[in-house]
Design a binder for this molecule. Sequence first.
Ligand code: GLU
Length: 411
Amino acid sequence: MNKIRTRIAPSPTGLFHIGTARTALFNYLFAKKHKGDFILRIEDTNKQRSEKKYEKDILNNLDWLGLKYDEIYYQSKRKEIHKKYLKQLLDSGHAYKDEIIWFKNPNKKIVFNDLVRGDIEFDSSLFGDFSIAKSLDEPLYNLAVVVDDHEMNISHVIRGEDHISNTPKQILIYQALGFDIPKYAHVPLILGPDKSKLSKRHGTVSMSDYRREGYLPEALINFMALLGWNPGDDKEMFSLKKLIKEFSLDKVQKSAAIFNIDKLNWFNNQYIKNTPSKELAKLIKLKHPKLEKIIDIEKERINKLTEIEIGFYSKLPKYDSSLLKWKDMKKLEIKESLEKSYHILCDVKDFNEKSLKDILIKNTEDDKGRLLWPLRVALSGKKNSPSPFEIGEVLGKQETLKRIKKAIDKV
Ligand code: GLU
């Protein structure tokens, strides 16, 4: 069998979309599973709409996701090749010139076997002649895509289902040029929860935005793999390496893939929890001498890296003294509770989460909240926060005692 070669062919006319990223992933997985090549072709023939910044966005995000391509091409640099084949079509009578260049439809039945959807049949007489170039130097999508896929020895065209209607036109061009037709796999579209095509309306769709919001590439890879593919059992955690082993086109579903942000958040939380805090610290722009410890504390409960808060660790927020009250504690009791914590902590030498927990718990009564709630609020100034032991370690002894004093004065 010839070498498996797949490609993605994005147009640099907008930010790299999660739908394109998912198609890239499927192409990458299929190629790598079969020890083949994954090719990137930037379809930048539309000069008005193509922009350099979008091209960069494609490259950056493929790199970030770890989807390494083996070759890269720019369609705009291939005009001479397109021209050669346009001339061939004109000379052989398969195309004719009007204002633009038209492909002469032979009006016939076209059947192709789609690796996801099975046999698909078209009657080409239903769509008539169609344009393939504005001029010899300005090829249009259907012509350029056929010529490039042929010249690049693409064995499998794996792309979104929205391209099914282009396929019969492309097959006619293949036949007219005497090229072998590649295998096709049209993958389901990604829809929003309301079953309409996924768009900005549903939330974030661009890879760069996901990245900025604090999603990890491993989480997006795992999440996107399951948008239209499933392993046939209930396994859900997949690294890129594992996906290469397990992926197959016959497990790609025909029905649409529904985008579920909660699922993505769940995956991201899983990957954040399983990544060493030291690694995460490098991805976070925040500065704090105890950043790693803060990440240790926060990473269990966050869905995105941007949810990591260092605010109250750096500076005690203003809070209302009523927050210090646990259940029906009276003012005097709150004060006594805080004073007790103060005295206990004054004697702690090695100020870390474990030592603080041991000593404080030892000094609590049946209702632990009587000691720990006022202390926690004194340290965080917040209704919800991590435990006073964790915060205490980050703050250190001096700042911890200072904050308790402040609370005592407030009551
Ligand atoms: N440039 C086309 C697109 O962005 C490529 C379609 C294809 O894969 O054939 O949708």
